[in-house]
Design a binder for this molecule. Structure first.
Ligand code: B12
Ligand code: SF4
Length: 505
């Protein structure tokens, strides 16, 4: 009667799904207290049918869904709504980045009862126990809910718990629902890639980032030994020759990184993670060598902008500079580690002219980076606002006339889905001409330098498209690159690393 259904809405349109770490970590938190089942939208043709077959048993009291912006909403919203209509006795609980950041619109829908705001490791079991015992839940930290009079209550934030003390993820139980081997996908890193999450939060406060409102510059990581033990356990039980670290910022501690690199080195595994240029640039040469020798093949790094003024204004820690971004591409390249630089274009500016000039300056900068280290992978995002209360940047975008949907179901509108995918910013200061310029540059750049992470693209294909694109790239002739788009779509079947996952095949 008190069973919990945990749902991971579909996040990928192909088979590039990963171990559903968000929902699995939540499962670990309640494993000793509650009976739970997992439904993974990525692995079901009709997840609703499976959910309904569980709920029809009458054994369930709770439905918990993880929700990140974008395609996950397509299942999370209608399914939760249907559950409220068909099984009104079931308490619905959402967690994850969308739920925590867009809590007002979620709770105002009337079909989500509670939001776990940030980590659910302690909050989730406490909330469930309070509801089962019919006891007050107001004391539970990291919780957002709505009172009958409409007031939204946010309880205090819990300090970050020691990550090594958390229960280990219940892989064996997941394996009963969905064979884990099926989650170990081929990527450019290896044939069986393990997705692992080794730390929560981030110690920085970049003003465009969705991690900041939730973690408020806090970060806690598992120790190198625990990460290693888990990886080896997965490898031994289910296979695995590569690791994709899903942390927001894997490289915060040089000591931890080096310890892990030394432990994993003898196992002949390749690995990838996300980090900051200014943090890793402080690493000793010796540490970079140990990392490279241990299998670190590529690092995803938020370069964001080549302009020191913009880096300053977006609070990029205040330490990263354009000169450093360029020098680091060269430095890390010498160890054979590929820097994967993401840039965010289209921040608001004082005038249309200034915004356009900035876009042009970023294009020039990206070309300079490519000149220094042609292996650098470039990911371009259009700036999508996140509701960071009190941030100067957020105030600026509200003043410029931007607002989020007022109704939860409006997020299902295709233009908001594209906003989530950082493809269509819906930001009033970006004119169609600016958006075209960025997208056309992206097309030309991706053709001139096809990504090496796409195993489907042969060296011959790369060479052909690169030479066709070379004159456009060299002379900055970006308009109407239809011939390149055509080839990318129908000949190369180009993947989009920014949407499908950065290390996916
Ligand atoms: C893996 C991943 C993906 C995978 C999909 C994973 C899946 N579920 O199948 C892929 C690669 C497809 C993906 C895609 C996208 N992603 Co994504 N993704 C991640 C990533 C790297 C890891 C998620 C994870 O496993 N975390 C591990 C768990 C343990 O942490 P957690 O989710 O925070 O969970 C804790 C709490 O949040 C809470 N919680 C979470 N869920 C639930 C549910 C319940 C019921 C409860 C009680 C608690 C709870 O408790 C957990 C334990 O403490 C995160 C970054 C990150 N480090 O989290 C980005 C992240 C969530 N993605 C993000 C985005 C924007 C996207 C995209 C929409 C766009 C893009 N350009 O990247 C795309 C498209 C999405 C799509 N197709 O649906 C953003 C969200 C930012 C925002 N604005 O809110 C993040 C934060 C990355 C970032 N820093 O920008 N993503
Ligand atoms: S360093 Fe990365 S994860 Fe951390 S706040 Fe900045 S953008 Fe977000």
């Amino acid at each position: 009667m008190n069973k919990v259904l945990l749902f991971n809405p579909r996040a990928v349109s192909n088979k590039n799904y990963r171990i559903p770490n968000s929902i699995l970590q939540v499962a670990a938190a309640i494993d000793s207290f509650f009976d739970w089942v997992i439904v993974d939208g990525n692995r079901e043709t009709d997840p609703w049918e499976v959910i309904q077959s569980h709920l029809e048993t009458g054994d369930f009291m709770f439905f918990g869904s993880t929700v990140m912006p974008g395609p996950q909403l397509k299942q999370a919203i209608p399914y939760t709504k249907k559950i409220r209509e068909l099984y009104p006795q079931i308490k619905t609980i959402w967690g994850g980045y969308f739920a925590s950041n867009q809590y007002e619109v979620v709770l105002n829908s009337g079909y989500v009862d509670f939001i776990i705001n940030g980590p659910g490791d302690v909050a989730f079991p406490l909330l469930l126990q309070s509801l089962v015992d019919d006891k007050p839940y107001e004391f539970v930290q990291n919780l957002i809910y709505k009172l009958p009079d409409g007031e939204i209550i946010k309880t205090t934030k819990q300090s970050m718990v020691d990550q090594d003390s958390l229960p280990r993820l219940p892989y064996a139980k997941l394996n009963n629902f969905y064979p884990i081997e099926g989650y170990l996908r081929p990527t450019h890193l290896g044939q069986k890639t393990i997705a692992y999450h080794s730390s929560l939060g981030c110690p920085f406060t970049c003003s465009f980032c969705a991690v900041v409102p939730i973690y408020e510059a806090r970060w806690k990581g598992k120790s190198a030994q625990v990460i290693y033990d888990d990886i080896i356990q997965i490898k031994n039980n289910y296979g695995g020759d590569a690791i994709e670290f899903h942390d927001n910022n894997f490289f915060v501690s040089e000591k931890r990184t080096v310890e892990f690199a030394k432990l994993i080195a003898p196992h002949n595994m390749t690995w990838w993670g996300e980090g900051r240029i200014d943090t890793i640039d402080k690493y000793k040469d010796e540490s970079l060598k140990i990392m490279a020798d241990s299998g670190c093949k590529m690092i995803f790094l938020g370069a964001e902008s080549g302009s020191d003024e913009i880096l300053d204004s977006i609070d990029k820690g205040g330490k990263q500079t354009g000169a450093q971004i360029k020098a680091f591409a060269d430095r890390i390249g010498k160890y054979g580690i590929v820097p994967e630089y993401s840039f965010v274009l289209g921040f608001p500016g004082p005038s249309n002219e200034r915004v356009m000039k900035q876009i042009e300056a970023e294009i020039k900068f990206i070309k300079e980076v490519k000149e220094i280290n042609p292996n650098t992978e470039i990911i371009i995002y259009l700036y999508s606002p996140v509701p960071t209360e009190g941030s100067e940047l957020y105030q600026k975008i509200v003043n410029a006339g931007f607002s989020f949907p007022k109704d939860l179901e409006d997020w299902l509108n295709p233009s908001w889905e594209n906003f989530d995918l950082r493809k269509n910013p819906l930001t009033p200061w970006l004119t169609p001409k600016m958006v075209d310029k960025v997208k056309n540059f992206e097309t030309v750049l991706n053709a001139r330098y096809p990504t090496k992470t796409d195993a489907k693209v042969t060296p011959f294909q790369s060479q052909v498209i690169s030479s066709i694109a070379s004159w456009r790239y060299k002379y900055n002739i970006l308009k109407y690159p239809y011939e390149l788009k055509f080839l990318q779509k129908f000949w190369l079947r180009y993947r989009q690393p920014e949407i499908e996952g950065f290390a996916s095949e």
